[in-house]
Design a protein around this ligand. Structure first.
Ligand code: UDP
Ligand code: MG
Length: 321
């Protein structure tokens, strides 16, 4: 194998982590834009592409790119484990003093990498967020759901969570090492990192259009991300169940008085409509509350099982050593 003859990597000052899931079309475009930026930077770097169980030609495309680009490192996961899990694998294995994560589809402009590094170094920052100031390239649906997501998260997790900061960000080595020590399984980095409280800076950018291919975030993955985000940072939904229960009790008591009065007056026969509405309403409320409880129980279950969130099949860096 040719990889055996590659020299071991020296110290790396910048790692760029890119989770990749079925991005055969976007990858060559990404390489074409990212590589010149990093080469021009003139410092030792690695680009860590985490192949999140792609089923298209992604592995072959990565292999081809690697042949001409020694700084490209490929970590292959055994199966699709999700964007945040792929990000975790990349952060865990990264070597750089600064680690920048970005999407493979070029919605995050690679040209901003030097700016992020310069800001972190000049102001001694540990975190630099890429803030999407303009999402006009996204669909109306994506814009609205994203706005609702950040609105809710800032209310539930705290207003220190920057709005419109996705997973395009720079982290210093101390932040990455701190993240590694956290035992959490379902990591939502855009909430977890602000929570750590390291000195942070922000740069704003215009979110570009996807370079090629289709989104890898269908609606069910977006819903899952939102549920994971809520349950990993807030117990408010559980308390909501208590609040709904308490207010229903008050309503029930009022109905009780009304029913007794009606009974005493002997006018109790009509009332099918109110009865069926009440039964259906409280049935729905109860199921909703049980479901909310279930969301937390499911996550406790996953945490107790303690299974790793990803399995690495291959890391091209291991072949150098
Ligand atoms: N991605 C991943 N695993 C998944 C889904 C997505 O690694 O299960 C990667 C994907 O290849 C891309 C990034 O996560 O680099 C963001 O996905 P995408 O651009 O499709 O999301 P969107 O921008 O539409 O929210
Ligand atoms: Mg995208």
């Amino acid at each position: 194998m040719s990889a055996v003859h590659e020299p071991p990597r020296g110290p790396v000052s910048v790692s760029v982590v890119v989770p990749v899931f079925n991005e055969e079309e976007a990858l060559p475009v990404l390489a074409g834009r990212l590589r010149p930026v990093l080469d021009r930077g003139g410092e030792p770097y690695e680009v860590l592409a985490v192949d999140d169980g792609s089923t298209d030609r992604t592995p072959r495309v990565l292999e081809e790119l690697r042949r001409a680009w020694p700084q490209l490192r490929v970590v292959t996961l055994r199966r699709n484990s999700g964007h945040q899990a792929a990000l975790t694998a990349g952060l865990h294995r990264s070597l750089g003093s600064y680690v920048i994560s970005m999407d493979a589809d070029l919605q995050d402009p690679p040209e901003l990498v030097p700016q992020m590094l310069a800001l972190a170094r000049a102001d001694g920052l540990d975190v630099v967020y890429g803030i999407r100031k303009d999402r006009s390239a996204d669909t109306g649906f994506k814009r609205r759901t994203a706005a609702a997501y950040y609105w809710l998260m800032r209310r539930l997790a705290g207003s220190h969570v920057p709005a419109q900061a996705g997973d395009f960000r720079l982290l210093s080595r101390p932040v990455v090492e701190t993240l590694k020590t956290l035992p959490e399984q379902q990591r939502i980095y855009r909430l977890l990192i602000p929570w750590l409280g390291f000195p942070e800076g922000r740069i704003t950018y215009q979110r570009g259009e996807r370079a090629a291919g289709a989104t890898k975030y269908p609606l069910h993955k977006m819903v899952l991300l939102a549920l994971d985000s809520i349950t990993s940072f807030s117990a408010v939904p559980l308390r909501l169940a208590t609040a709904i229960g308490a207010s229903s009790l008050v309503v029930c008591l009022a109905f009780l008085v009304w029913a007794l009065v009606a009974h005493a007056r002997g006018s109790t026969l009509p009332g099918w409509t109110s009865l069926i509405i009440t039964v259906l309403f409280f049935g729905a409320v109860q199921l909703f509350c049980v479901g909310m409880l279930g969301e937390y129980v499911a996550r406790i279950y996953t945490a107790v099982q303690g299974r790793p969130t990803y399995h690495v099949a291959r890391d091209t860096e291991d072949e150098r050593r």
